[in-house]
Design a binder for this molecule. Structure first.
Ligand code: IPE
Ligand code: IPE
Ligand code: MG
Length: 270
């Protein structure tokens, strides 16, 4: 069974609709508050958050959701106290060492997006090794956004186009939104269908700015360390109940929904 999702830019064509998202993107927020509420240091919340990641990865594998993208560290998180940043990077390194083999056994393709150079050569090498090891896995593509910023991503894609133009390989007049897409960090992965942010804040915080153009947004006050399978099921149920219109009218969408089962029923004995 092929689990490769179809790639459609939501602004150039209307994608095929499904009640199960093909790509879920998550801002895992609220670790610090979870720890503070228990009188624990913030890093204890981040540690507990790793367990919630494990549970969500398992759930996506079981449900057949082919892509999961998690925001682990934003380009603005460097503004945090030095100790928290250092402990977060240590935790990332430890989690990599501990989890990558298991991910590989579960046929998960692991990748990291973001400006990882700033993490230094040690972490960079581990990330590269993990990406290479899991490159051909087909069950689930797990993307971790680390030192990632949506604006950085668009800017680095523009830089690549500018280089092509400067080299005379690209006519600036021919540039469209689609020209940028192969250069973005999420190239080759469908845009998220469902965005989840835990922790109660209702903002994007410089996550996948470009790719969230037509994503369904789901905000929950549940703090990330407490986000479990039942919370995820609630988010999926909310997603399944929505009408995605991509600029069309509700009547157009309903027309499509009525037509589909009638066509499918023609040759069927069910
Ligand atoms: C999200 O939890 C994890 C990271 C940003 C690394 P926070 O650390 O932001 O938790 P709160 O928002 O302070 O509770
Ligand atoms: C967003 O959370 C980044 C991650 C979860 C990695 P923040 O906690 O950094 O976001 P703001 O600062 O509250 O917007
Ligand atoms: Mg936060």
């Amino acid at each position: 069974m092929s689990k490769s999702p179809r790639i459609v830019s939501t602004t150039s064509a209307v994608p095929a609709l499904s009640t199960l998202p093909q790509h879920v993107a998550v801002i895992m927020d609220g670790n610090g508050r979870w720890a503070k509420g228990r009188g624990l240091p913030r890093i204890a919340g981040h540690r507990k958050g790793v367990e919630a990641v494990r549970e969500l990865v398992t759930a996506c594998g079981e449900l057949g959701i082919p892509c999961l993208t998690l925001f682990a560290f934003s380009s603005e998180n460097w503004r945090r106290p030095e100790t928290e940043v250092r402990l977060l990077l240590e935790l990332f390194l430890m989690a990599l060492d501990k989890e990558v083999k298991k991910l590989h056994t579960s046929k998960v393709r692991f990748r990291v997006i973001g400006d990882i150079e700033r993490f230094g050569p040690k972490l960079g090498a581990r990330i590269q090794a993990a990406e290479e090891l899991t490159r051909d896995n087909q069950n689930l593509t797990l993307t971790i956004a680390a030192n990632y910023g949506g604006r950085w991503d668009v800017a680095q894609a523009c830089k690549q186009l500018a280089r092509e133009a400067a080299a005379g390989q690209l006519d600036p007049e021919s540039i469209t939104a689609e020209s940028l897409e192969p250069h973005l960090s999420m190239a080759g992965i469908p845009e998220p269908d469902l965005f989840i942010r835990t922790g109660g804040e209702q903002r994007i915080s410089n996550f996948l700015l470009w790719q969230l153009a037509y994503t369904e947004l789901y905000f929950t006050p549940v703090l990330w360390p407490e986000f479990n399978r039942s919370q995820f099921d609630q988010a999926l149920a909310s997603f399944a109940s929505r009408q995605r219109r991509f600029g069309q009218t509700g009547d157009q969408i309903e027309g499509q929904e009525v037509e589909q089962p009638a066509r499918a029923g023609k040759g069927s004995h069910a």
